[in-house]
Design a protein around this ligand. Sequence first.
Ligand SMILES: Nc1nc2c(c(=O)[nH]1)N[C@H]1C(S)=C(S)[C@@H](COP(=O)(O)O)O[C@H]1N2
Ligand SMILES: [Mo]
Length: 188
Amino acid sequence: MDDRLPKGQKWISKPVVYDIVRELPEVDLNTYRFRITGLVENPIEMFYDEFLSISKDKITADFHCVTAWSVKDITWEGIKTKDLLQMAKPKKEAKFVLAHCLEGYTTNLPIEYLYKEDSIVAFKMNNEVIPKRHGFPLRLVIPSLYAWKSAKYLTTIELTDKNIRGFWELRGYHNIGDPWKEERYWSD
Ligand SMILES: Nc1nc2c(c(=O)[nH]1)N[C@H]1C(S)=C(S)[C@@H](COP(=O)(O)O)O[C@H]1N2
Ligand SMILES: [Mo]
């Protein structure tokens, strides 16, 4: 029995890269912005350098992919999403999140997951600038949900009142995706 490993998962040594596109768009840090939009009092818009200059948090967490692999102890550095929300001031109607990425990927989650202690927008992975295929320049990391919710190449965190399905959620993956409840696919 391994109480760190959710049911149906196997430990592997490093994350397998999954992307919805073969070629990633070139990232131009002169035009790249990180944004928090939608139902917020204070919309946020930051350059990559500004984001780095206020980054202060580091977390270590296991990473569980719905395709049945898990990786132990990945460290991420950046800004915890609960602190980003404190800056953006969600309106009370804000109940859900839709994350948008540079290449068009999207994923949705309930806003409560942005208040978890280990949820972070990261610019470093295992003490290095996030490698291109693992999400450079910024990545949303939600260790308490399956890895498809950890959006690479993040551009925008949009707060919404309705739960809008993202890329995989439209194709049969679960709206929440808690690995400890094996929420792999739609139940509704
Ligand atoms: N922008 C973006 N983020 C993404 C994906 C993607 O295709 N595009 N794939 C997701 C899926 S299905 C998984 S399992 C993880 C894999 O993370 P990795 O490629 O860093 O191993 O990224 C998630 N985040
Ligand atoms: Mo995945």
